[in-house]
Design a protein around this ligand. Structure first.
Ligand code: ZN
Length: 372
């Protein structure tokens, strides 16, 4: 496996990564119909504009009062100057998400939006410690998100799992308590633990090693954000906390030895090309290395990161992977299907989804080579 990555040509233009803007529009309908799995999606980056307007009005939060103004406040620039500017797009959503009713509603609406675009399995993550500024307890906040997810999952027949995100900037002891509280919700579908936030200011994930240990002891599965700033070196740092998956990490493509290590350890990169271009961790969407990494054998999945901050659906992101990045439909399908192999859910949950995904693909001639 190691040699496979090291033998890849360093010039990423070699191979078949050429952008293909002339993809048949019929393919968009196919992408909409494709059953999809999304593993990297933030609740606070995915508010509906209309909901944000209503919450700002009803909660007395200082915010734009027009649709256009709210859109401009919630959608981050493309590109941002850096990750820190991208993160500022979360300030207003977090101010609007300080009570149980708001959290429950926003979660339910996100599940419904995902169901409407054919996402059959979704992992939604959020940082519960960001939502206690007005006195809500950690457990109340988690319960609200859990309940919103449960109600919408039942209504839409979508499978939802939740990931608790700790912030790099938060006190390590507080993150240990967060891990202990989150673990109590595992049986109801809070199955993952994550670390996110400003990498330039807080580059060392091992500061939070005790919370990773507490999450693991509580039965949560481990992921961590890395490489939105700092490239391959930050991805190596994230490996110190032994994650099953890494959120982002496109910079691995610059480091063949790191690619080999990801392959050998089976660590998956949950990539988000549009968001990665916004944060400046790649030069542009078309320069994103998702195709390169996939063809080299590095485990990858494809997600939006933030539906609203990046103003994109997963179907849009798949379309960009075809048109701007030059992936093939069969490659996209393989990546989508692979997400079910690294999802933070048990086999009893995933087995029927695999059957459903495979049954759909069996009826699509274009996917016959990938379906075997
Ligand atoms: Zn993320």
């Amino acid at each position: 496996m190691r040699e496979r990555a090291l033998d890849m040509p360093r010039d990423r233009s070699i191979g078949t990564c050429a952008p293909n803007p002339a993809v048949d529009p019929a393919i968009d309908r196919l992408l909409e119909a494709m059953p999809k799995a999304e593993l990297h999606l933030h609740l606070d980056g995915s508010l509906r504009i209309g909901t944000a307007l209503e919450l700002a009005r009803s909660r007395g939060v200082d915010a734009p009062t027009t649709w256009r103004g709210m859109y401009q406040a919630l959608v981050a620039p493309m590109p941002c100057r850096d990750q820190a500017e991208l993160l500022r797009a979360f300030d207003l959503p977090i101010a609007l998400m300080q009570d149980a009713e708001a959290l429950e509603r926003i979660t339910a609406e996100l599940v419904e939006s995902k169901a409407a675009e054919g996402v059959r399995y979704v992992e939604i993550r959020w940082g519960p410690l960001l939502h206690v500024a007005r006195g809500m307890s950690l457990a109340e906040g988690i319960e609200a998100v859990m309940h919103g997810a449960e109600v919408a999952a039942a209504r839409t027949n979508t499978v939802v799992r939740l990931i608790c995100t700790a912030l790099r900037s938060h006190d390590p002891d507080g993150n240990v308590r967060l891990a202990e509280t989150a673990s109590r919700f595992r049986a109801r579908g809070l199955t993952g633990w994550d670390l996110a936030g400003d990498e330039a200011a807080f580059p060392d994930p091992s500061l939070h090693a005790r919370s990773f240990a507490a999450a693991r002891a509580g039965g949560l599965r481990i992921t961590a954000h890395a490489g939105e700033w700092g490239g391959a070196a930050q991805i190596r740092r994230a490996l110190q906390v032994d994650p099953e998956r890494i959120a982002h990490g496109p910079g691995a493509a610059d480091d063949p030895a790191l690619m080999a290590e990801l392959i050998a350890r089976g660590v998956c990169l949950d990539l988000c090309p549009t968001s990665n271009a916004q944060s400046g961790s790649v030069a542009s969407i078309s320069a994103h290395p998702v195709a390169w990494l996939h063809r080299a054998g590095v485990p990858v999945t494809l997600s939006t990161d933030d539906t609203t901050v990046s103003d994109i659906s997963l179907t849009d992101e798949y379309g960009r992977a075809l048109r701007a990045i030059g992936m093939t439909l069969a490659e996209l399908w393989a990546i989508d299907r692979f997400a079910l192999d690294v999802a933070f859910a048990d086999e009893a949950t995933l087995a029927p989804l695999r059957v459903e995904f495979d049954a759909w693909a069996a009826g699509i001639p274009e996917l016959a080579p990938a379906a075997g």
